[in-house]
Design a protein around this ligand. Structure first.
Ligand code: AMP
Length: 415
């Protein structure tokens, strides 16, 4: 099977790594890719937001499967263009990707499907926003309705700051604050059948102890030893299956990856948000533990045959990923710095380095090319071992001004 992956971050590197290890995959391509992906796939300089270009590339390559990684191409209709060209694609239509693209749409689907989530108001004026803030009280949660690359949400006890964020957005969702730990649960679906993956937790703040600004994610781990037994079954029953069924009922069938961001609150499990694609960096740890070859799973979603898939097999151990970000991330990331020690980090075979924002220069040196630069991942018999291995690998890498959190999975490993 020839497979084409769309995207160029650490999530796509993780997807490409797993696909490259699947004996069913005879050729692996990625567009646009990055310096790390280029080591396991043939990369193509294609505009990932241009459905016609992506469909043409898939046709030229004779791809049997196209896997769309990021949300922006999905919302832009890239999966629709590929599907219209007759190529199986892993990823939802633009209409179904609105589950991530519009928070107001997601809230409407959840209400119709009876899915537990924070109570909320959709506001378009300052007066409406003020009224909604006062209805819930502090801490305030204000979300830009549109796609904002993980930066559209402000959680604050400062009413002025909450109002200022609302004023900067065209349409906002203001909702009640959810307490309790967060869990990311991914499920693969073909629009009817839903297959949950293993839960993971990510770390959104830039600094240790969950301090500092929100980021795309600074690390992740799986499994969650502290999570209640039966969590996956509960979320399947109360969240994932009803959402997939409601979208099908509306004629906007959702196939691909449905990502539920959950809060385990004192009053029960609530959905914080849905995403329409694999999450980054949770994908890095979830795929590190998946033993079932990946291509067949994604193809079964793309072709509507998930009901015939054998149960997924998982590594009983643990996985941890630590993101190495560039100086100034997330506000003003500095790029173009050489990265050393990549081979050394992988030398003892206990860790692997997934590339996020990297590119190779003319001499083949790897340079930083984005805010999040690397996702250093390791597995182990338990979280403590996976953590130790991931951080040992991070220590062998040098990037001028590079920053990473030192407490990824620490609490869970020592609990
Ligand atoms: P989102 O983009 O919706 O995932 O929000 C980003 C982050 O903001 C989440 O991971 C949470 O940490 C936080 N957040 C979002 N909604 C709420 C809420 N209703 N209550 C508390 N925290 C929230």
């Amino acid at each position: 099977m020839k497979v084409l992956v769309i995207g160029g971050g650490a999530r796509e590197h993780a997807l490409c790594r797993s696909l490259s290890q699947d004996p069913a995959v005879t050729e692996l391509h990625c567009a646009p890719g990055n310096a790390g992906i280029a080591q396991v796939a043939t990369v193509h300089p294609v505009d990932q937001l241009d459905g016609a270009q992506v469909a043409a590339l898939a046709g030229r390559l004779g791809a049997a499967l196209v896997v769309v990684g990021p949300e922006a191409p999905l919302v832009a209709g890239v999966a629709d263009a590929v599907r219209a060209a007759g190529v199986p694609v892993f990823g939802p239509s633009a209409a179904a990707a609105e589950l991530e693209g519009s928070k107001a749409f997601a809230k409407d689907v959840m209400a119709a499907a009876g899915v537990p989530t924070a109570r909320s108001y959709v506001c378009t004026t300052a007066a409406e926003a003020a009224e909604a803030l006062d209805a819930f009280g502090a801490p305030y949660v204000v979300k830009d309705d549109g796609l904002a690359a993980g930066k559209g949400v402000v959680v604050t006890s400062d009413r002025e700051a909450a109002l200022a964020h609302a004023a900067g957005c065209e349409r906002v969702v203001i909702e009640e604050y959810l307490d309790g730990p967060e869990v990311s649960l991914f499920a693969i679906t073909d629009g009817t059948t839903v297959v949950p993956l293993q839960p993971a937790q990510d770390f959104k703040r830039a600094l240790d102890g969950d301090e500092g600004p929100n980021t795309g994610g600074m690390g992740a781990y799986s499994p969650l030893p502290w999570a209640p037994a039966g969590l996956v079954e509960e979320v399947m029953e109360t969240v994932l299956q009803p959402t997939v069924d409601e979208l099908r009922r509306r004629g906007t069938e959702f196939s691909g990856l449905l990502y539920a961001g959950l809060a385990l609150t004192s009053r029960g499990t609530r959905v914080i948000e849905f995403n329409a694609r694999f999450g980054d960096p949770e994908t890095q740890v979830v795929l590190a533990r998946l033993r079932t070859p990946l291509a067949g799973v994604l193809l079964a979603s793309a072709t509507g045959s998930l009901d015939q898939l054998e149960p997924l097999r998982w590594d009983e151990g643990a996985a941890v990923t630590v993101v190495v970000a560039s100086e100034g991330y997330p506000d003003a990331p500095r790029t173009g710095d050489p990265i050393e020690g990549l081979a050394e980090a992988e030398a003892d075979g206990t860790a692997f380095v997934l590339h996020a924002g990297t590119k190779a220069d003319e001499d083949g040196r790897v340079l930083s090319a984005g805010g999040r630069v690397l996702s250093v991942t390791a597995t182990g018999t338990d979280l403590a071992e996976a953590r130790e291995r991931a951080y040992a690998a991070v220590d062998r890498i040098s990037l001028k001004g590079g920053q990473h959190r030192t407490d990824i999975a620490l609490k869970a490993a020592t609990a």
